[in-house]
Design a protein around this ligand. Structure first.
Ligand code: AMP
Length: 301
């Protein structure tokens, strides 16, 4: 069996979502779910999470079928459930309800093999859990983190502590403004870099993404998608493809970080085309390469 290249901690969830284009109740969701499936196009991820006794077996089978290691997923109590909706501005999810279920007191003990992983993605979940997992990895080479307004509102200090320990920080534009209390994204990115990360990436939903370092910046274009049904999980798909690509190449030079951002944007754009994991489930490597090249052309002048 192949070793795990990348450890992902984050929610594995059951979502109920409504968008102007349809509705899906009790479907597979969660930050670790979207990001691990996106990463599985490039490398072998292992997930650290807890699911409830109510969690359908078919969802775990799907993860396994993608070569994702699920040794780190415990099963007990109740599943994480998230209910949200989008209005015509699909850049921002509105949360109706969050039930943490067994995540509320989850204290993972990582499988021994995971502790040797070189790539770590601290996906959206309680920052205390992000810190706990990171602390168990012996020699991480690249650590990427993401979060969301729920944790900015409830655990800001802990989040800042995690940010000091990571190499790449991902935020969406509204979270960056909220966290650093400024309307200016360049200032927010500057504040993020001062905490310690080498890269701050600000995702702007369908309008692309911005990457900042202390002395450079890069702007990824948006993709002109005609068919958007559900943006849930786009941030996670972006992140999973981003770190999955870096784990595959083993090269974290800025040039590769920029390419990884385009792979992230590519997979995120596919994800929005259908509800839940439906689009990523039928996505092929060939489709990814074709759209990646389109992204390159969009910026050719
Ligand atoms: P994204 O659209 O990429 O920001 O993430 C959507 C996923 O995040 C959904 O599938 C939810 O299950 C999950 N989610 C929602 N709220 C939270 C939260 N507070 N912590 C962790 N995951 C969450």
């Amino acid at each position: 069996m192949k070793m795990v290249d990348l450890v992902i901690v984050g929610s594995v969830a059951i979502d109920s979502i409504e968008t102007p284009f349809g509705k899906a109740d009790n479907v597979l969701g969660g930050a670790a779910t979207y990001s691990s499936i996106a990463a599985s196009f490039f490398c072998k991820p292992g997930i650290v999470a807890v699911v409830g006794n109510d969690f359908p077996k078919e969802h775990l089978d799907l993860l396994k079928s993608r070569g994702i290691d699920i040794e780190g997923i415990e099963k007990k109590g109740a599943s994480f459930r998230w209910k949200g909706y989008y209005e015509y501005d699909m850049n921002e999810a509105k949360t109706i309800n969050t039930e943490l279920g067994s995540f509320a007191d989850f204290k993972p003990q990582l499988p021994e093999e995971y502790t040797n992983a070189r790539y770590v993605f601290l996906a959206n979940i309680d920052p205390e859990l992000q810190l706990n997992v990171l602390g168990q990895i012996k020699k991480p080479k690249l650590v990427v983190m993401d979060t969301m307004n729920y944790w900015i509102n409830t655990k800001r200090e802990k989040l800042l502590e995690v940010m000091k320990k990571v190499d790449v920080l991902l935020l969406n534009d509204s979270e960056a403004r909220q966290l650093f209390q400024t309307p200016n994204l360049v200032k927010a990115a500057g504040n993020a870099l001062e905490l310690g990360p080498k890269y701050a990436i600000i995702k702007k939903g369908e309008h692309g993404a911005l990457m900042f370092t202390k002395n450079s910046h890069f702007s990824a274009p948006s993709y002109p998608l005609e068919n958007i049904k559900d943006p849930t999980g786009c941030g996670d798909s972006f992140a999973g493809a981003f770190i999955g690509y870096l784990a595959k190449t083993g090269d974290e030079s800025e040039q590769h970080i920029r390419k990884a951002i385009i792979y992230g944007s590519t997979i995120a754009s596919f994800n929005a085309e259908d509800f839940s994991l439906n689009r990523l489930k039928r996505l092929t490597k060939q489709e990814i390469e074709l759209r990646y090249r389109e992204f390159v052309d969009i910026r050719n002048f």
